[in-house]
Every structure is written in C-alpha cells, then in structure tokens.
Design a protein. Structure first.
Length: 442
C-alpha cells in the first residue's frame, strides 16, 4: 500500500457548504499547498429534499415529485448565479444543474424502487462537489474531483469494504499525482452489485474516516457548525460546553449513542489505524474543537448523549431458571435477522434487551414466542453517560442515579465497558434526564 502519511482528510458537512457564501469560505481552510483530500456533504437541506422527492415517487405521486424537483432546481440556479463571476464558470455551473435535474426528472416517468431511490439520494453530494470544484477553478486553486463511486464500496452485509476502498482510491490518486486539493463526495458508494448506494444519513463523516484509514492519513478533520463534541446534546440542553479531548472509545460510544455531530460508526476506521480525528467549526475556525485520539482524557464524566427510537423486548421463560443455553437460543433469533442488540439486562427468570432496527421485529417476535413469553415496549431512549468508570473509582454509578432520581428508569447497563453507563428511559422523559445529568455531573 502506498501511504500518504502527510496527507490530511478534511470533511465539510452540509452547513459548511450550505450556501455560496459558505462555499467561498472554504478557500482559506483548504488552500495550503500540501496535498489533502476534501470530502463534501450535500448542501444542507438537499438530502432531505431528495428523500421527500423519493417518497413522492414511492407513493406513486410523480406530479408532486416534479414540483419538488422544480423547487430544488430553482434553488440551485440561484446558487450558481451567486457563486461564480466568470462567464465560463457560470456556463459550466448551469450545464451541471441542467444535467442533474434532467436526470432527477427522468425518474418521474419510470417505475420506482429502492435502487432508483439510492440514485436520487446521491445527487446532492455529486452537485456540491462539482460546484466547489468549479469555484476553486475560478479562483485559481488547482483541484481534482475524485469520483467516490469509483472507490467507495460496501459489502454484502452493507459494511464498508476497507480493502477495496484502499486499493481503488490509490488507483484514483496515482492518476493525478501532486495536486493540492482532491475533492470527493461523502455519503455515496456502490454496493456489491455495483449499484449506487450510500453509508446512511450522516454518512459523509464515515467517508472521511474510511478514506483517512485507507490512505493512512496524518489526521482526519471533521468540519461542522459547532466547536467540537459537547458534553451534552446542545439541541436539548442549555449551557453545554465543548470537550477538548476524547479517546477513540469514548467518541465511538457517544457517536453510536446519539451525538449527532458524528455518524454512529465513523470512529472505528480511524481507531483501527490510530489516526487522530479533529472536530472543528467552519464558523469559528480558530476554536480548539475536539481532538479524538488514543489518549484517554481521564475525566470521570466526559459527556452524555441520547439515542431515540429504541424498542425494548422482555423475554420471560420458566426454562431460564437454572438453565444454560437459553440465552443462546434468544441471541440466535436476533442473529438470524441481522438485528444488533444495544442493551441487555438479565434476571433469573427473564432477559430484557433493546434494539433500534425494527425492520424484522415481527418475525423476531414470532420466533421468540415459540420459546418464551414476550413483551414489547417502544418510544424509548437510551441515555448514554460516557466517562472513566473503573471499579476503583467509587461513586460514578451513585452520582448518575442520584442525578436521575426523579426519572423513571426502565433498564440500566453498567460494567459492559469502563467508559459507558447506559440507561433506558421513556422518550418523553429524555429531556428531563439529559438536563438532570447536566446539573448533577458537570
Ligand atoms: P454536519 O452537517 O456538519 O455533518 P451535523 O448536523 O450532522 O453537521 O452535526 C452537527 C450538529 O450535531 C450540531 O449542530 C449539534 O446540534 C448536533 N449535536 C448533537 N449532539 C452533539 C454533541 N454532543 N456535541 C456537538 N454537537 C452535537
Ligand atoms: N448528505 C447526507 C445526509 O444529509 C450525508 C451527510 O451529510 O453526512 O445525511
Ligand atoms: Mg453530520
């Protein structure tokens, strides 16, 4: 593998490319002569619009889809007008918009399924990267577009195929040696059938860390609209503050359990290859942000996050009493339906566990009911407290539960790792729980 040790990967999220003004503001952040790979999301709002367009087509409403496509196209025409000054770039921008929107409109005439939906969802990143590429051309910064669809790939479990990515991005890079700015699309990829697919919502972060791991980058920077990972969800709780340092383990837990600033699994590739990840703010580039690395912050309580749309399943069986092998038969059901389990609590006669993917819930329940009595609860949230809870450190669990004394708790998981305590509550109690923990722990 050719390593690009001195290369950085810079990922800019939707708000950071959300308007012509914001696109122009990328220049000082990327113009240094050292080669770097710049990963871009779609302009903020675009993927949501593309989801709406797809929904209309799924529902057999091509007229409505056409109308939504028209609104989005008008927005992009304005972007082109405001972004470029030179006739040549204005022309290229207009051509680009025309091509992509003709393509979108073509879906209104034909049968529509999942494959078509994925192709529609990919248009946002294809547009944003080309628009920024033309802008850099206009202002005289040499850049090359690397088509993500040529190297980003998921396998038959819908997991990124890092070996394939490694091999194919090297091919792309070697075609254009020594360019200061390589631009590529976040989020989009191809699946094992070679069809257009994606890394799920928020997936551009994942593209950034996968590319960083694939080229063994010096650093991965995630540029967004906030000054790093905060100690609590700033959308829900007032007076949160940025955490300056996080270990990979802590960051992975927070991302998985709902800290929206990072895609749920994007920390893993960076952790695998030990590449530091910096979370930075495009609106405030001087702010320190958060550094994620192997180093442990050592803080007792680092941060809190919450994950919604959780379903709890209680499985009760007389056979569990003094028996072995029962839990295996329960877990095998979830394995067969490729459904990950997040939390588990056991008693002598029952086990409760939580899932967030309910795609196969009906079949799972049918199979479980063959071996046990089963109850299901939905509209739950997992509150995840991240910190350093080694057994010698007394009082972490006490302080967490004391802070939450007013909140009814459905399940607790402590001791699975030294970094995470998970607490299951009704979603209607989530805000109160986050506020109480902010008060009690920080
Ligand atoms: P981008 O479009 O750049 O990917 P996102 O909207 O996906 O940005 O992520 C940034 C947002 O994540 C912030 O604006 C903030 O509202 C939200 N967020 C949720 N939890 C946290 C947290 N613990 N720390 C920082 N931001 C968080
Ligand atoms: N554009 C995609 C989304 O909105 C991916 C991303 O922004 O990370 O989910
Ligand atoms: Mg995001």
């Amino acid at each position: 593998m050719v390593e690009h040790k001195f290369m950085k990967v810079l990922k800019f999220g939707g708000t950071s490319v959300g308007s012509p003004e914001r696109m122009k503001k990328l220049v000082p952040l990327i113009q240094a002569p050292e080669p770097k790979i710049v990963v871009l999301s779609a302009m903020s709002g675009t993927t949501n619009s593309l989801v709406e367009i797809s929904k209309a087509l799924h529902d057999g409403q091509p007229g409505q889809a056409k109308q939504l496509i028209g609104i989005l196209e008008a927005k992009y025409k304005e972007v082109v007008k405001a972004l470029y000054t030179k006739t040549e770039s204005l022309q290229k921008g207009s051509e680009l918009i025309k091509t992509h929107f003709e393509y979108l409109n073509s879906f209104c005439l034909n049968p529509f399924g999942n494959k078509e939906e994925k192709a529609i969802l990919a248009q946002g990143e294809l547009l944003s990267t080309a628009l920024v590429h033309y802008y850099l051309e206009e202002v005289g910064i040499p850049s090359v577009l690397l088509p993500a669809l040529n190297f980003m790939r998921i396998d038959d479990n819908e997991e990124p195929d890092l070996h394939y990515i490694e091999e194919h991005i090297q091919k792309e890079l070697s075609r254009h040696p020594s360019v200061p700015v390589y631009i590529t699309q976040g989020y989009i990829c191809r699946n094992v059938f070679g069809e257009i697919d994606n890394l799920k919502r928020g997936g551009s972060d994942y593209t950034g860390t996968l590319i960083g791991a694939a080229i063994q980058a010096e650093e991965i920077q995630i540029w967004t609209d906030i000054d790093g990972m905060h100690n609590n969800d700033p959308r829900v709780v007032e007076k949160t503050h940025p955490v300056t340092e996080l270990s990979f383990d802590e960051a992975a837990e927070l991302a998985y359990f709902g800290a929206k600033i990072l895609h749920p699994t994007c920390v893993l590739p960076a952790q695998l290859r030990k590449i530091p990840v910096r979370l930075l703010n495009t609106m405030q580039p001087q702010a320190k942000g958060t550094l994620i690395s192997e180093k442990n912050s050592g803080a007792s309580f680092t941060a809190v996050a919450a994950k919604d749309d959780i379903t709890a399943i209680k499985i009760k069986s007389g056979r569990m009493l003094l028996a072995y092998g029962f839990l295996r038969s329960v877990f095998e059901v979830f394995e067969r339906y490729k459904t990950p389990i997040d939390m588990i609590a056991t008693s002598e006669v029952a086990v409760s566990l939580t899932i967030d993917n309910t795609r196969n819930l009906k079949s799972i329940l049918t199979e479980l009911r063959e071996i046990a009595t089963v109850d299901v609860d939905s509209e739950l949230s997992i509150i995840c407290v991240v910190g350093n809870f080694t057994a010698e450190k007394e009082g972490s669990a006490f302080r967490i539960l004391q802070s939450m004394k007013e909140i009814p708790i459905r399940m607790i998981s402590y001791g699975g790792s030294e970094h995470n305590v998970s607490i299951l509550v009704k979603t209607s109690h989530k805000k109160a729980a986050l506020v109480a923990l902010n008060k009690g722990l920080f």
